[in-house]
Design a protein around this ligand. Structure first.
Ligand code: URA
Length: 216
């Protein structure tokens, strides 16, 4: 899949099913139950694209008809890491796609004074030799996304083994990620116009965490 013309680190997943489901997620009148279901479905479809380059090896098997060699995934099980809390909404679809995947979580909050992310919880699978899919539905300013990648790299994950999965991204956030982590590929279903003065993505879909969990 070709990268975006303005951002070499970005892949926009333009599959019709993904685009259709995203439109329903954007709508104000889409209820929580449907929003969750759509996020699960899109995450599975995005995961299918993101894992396209996982290496294979061949193994000997026997079918009911004949022995043969056939491909299976090489290397260790992939890891799904959610940035709390909205990233949790993307885990179910990926888990369905990769039931053996390991899972981790990164909890960040924004320091009210410095406005910078601060970690309050980190639990990660063993880093060596696996693909890490880092989930955060909204790549807005890019500061928490870039920080979450810092956390993974500090734990020993190489940038080339990290895929950042964002449902919707703002150009500002993609640029911050490109500046801080040019070796990390970002996958999104929608590259939107900009951020507003409250750092919400425009047109976006509102607060993803609130829409997933039915909070306000
Ligand atoms: N986080 C969200 O949930 N929505 C945005 O638009 C930006 C950040």
């Amino acid at each position: 899949m070709p990268s975006h013309p303005d951002f070499p680190n970005l892949r926009v997943l333009d599959h019709p099913l993904i685009q259709h489901k995203l439109t329903w997620m954007r709508r104000t009148d889409t209820p929580t139950s449907m929003f969750r279901g759509l996020l699960k479905e899109i995450s599975l479809l995005m995961g299918y694209e993101i894992t396209r380059e996982i290496p294979l090896k061949t193994t000997r098997i026997e079918t009911p008809v004949a022995p043969t060699t056939a491909p299976v995934l090489a290397g260790r099980k992939p890891a799904i890491v959610s940035v709390l809390r909205a990233g949790l909404g993307m885990v179910e679809g990926l888990r369905e796609l990769m039931p053996g995947a390991r899972e981790g979580q990164i909890g960040l909050y924004r320091d009210p004074e410095t406005k910078r992310p601060v970690e309050y919880f980190v639990k990660l699978p063993e880093p060596e030799g696996r693909l890490f899919i880092l989930c955060d539905p909204m790549l807005a300013t890019g500061h928490s996304g870039a920080y979450a990648v810092d956390v993974l790299k500090k734990a020993g994950v190489e940038g080339q083994n990290i895929r950042f999965m964002a449902l919707v991204a703002a150009p500002e956030g993609v640029q911050v990620m490109l500046d801080r982590h040019p070796d990390v590929r970002i996958y999104t279903a929608g590259l939107d116009e900009c951020l507003n003065e409250k750092a919400y993505i425009v047109p976006g879909l509102g607060d993803a965490g609130d829409r997933i969990f039915g909070t306000k």
